[in-house]
Design a protein around this ligand. Structure first.
Ligand code: S3P
Length: 172
């Protein structure tokens, strides 16, 4: 019987897609480390994400994302929740794919807006128009994932179950 967790699972998707909560659920079924890329960046830099953006700017944050992805390679395979913009740098893709199967949690703009709310703790979520433009610009990049899963309707438990079921049948 094939193990759907075997290669690790990397969750990508826009802010508010539910990557972190679904990663925790996946961790209950997969006996793999569960990590959150933003938390790892905070850990390595000793600063919060808003502090990094405010003090050093977005470009520095993007460099940290790539650097921390590289550092995580020796822990692969793992369950990894990423930040919504990790798909923007082409050099991140081979790293993401070495860490696990890349799964896009697809959620509609309308639902994301509700979930993001006032955007607290998310430096790029302040301006609604810019945020929507970012969402539209990123959509084709998210679609490059190995697997696209509907993250809209179900609970985190059922989304995690869908991911595992799809990976299981893919490998059977
Ligand atoms: C970002 C998303 C955030 C975080 C940072 C930038 C983005 O993570 O990495 O604020 O560019 O979409 P979440 O997707 O977990 O909110």
């Amino acid at each position: 019987m094939s193990n759907p967790c075997k290669d690790g699972i990397v969750l990508i998707g826009f802010m508010g897609a539910g990557k972190s909560t679904v990663a925790v659920e996946l961790g209950h079924s997969c006996h793999l480390p569960v990590l959150d890329l933003d938390r790892e960046i905070e850990h390595f830099s000793g600063r919060s994400i808003p502090e990094i953006f405010a003090d050093s700017g977005e470009e520095a944050f993007r460099r940290s994302e790539t650097e921390v992805l590289r550092r995580l390679l020796d822990q692969a395979p793992l369950i990894l929740a990423t930040g919504g913009g990790v798909i923007g740098r082409s050099e991140n893709w081979p790293l993401l794919r070495q860490l696990g199967r890349v799964v896009y949690l697809r959620v509609s703009w309308e639902t994301l807006l509700v979930r993001i709310g006032a955007g607290e703790g998310r430096p790029l979520a302040g301006d609604r128009e810019c945020l929507q433009a970012l969402f539209e610009q990123r959509l084709p990049l998210y679609e490059k994932a190995d697997l696209v899963i509907d993250g809209e309707g179900g609970s985190p438990v059922s989304v995690a179950r869908d991911i595992l079921r799809t990976l299981y049948w893919e490998k059977a």
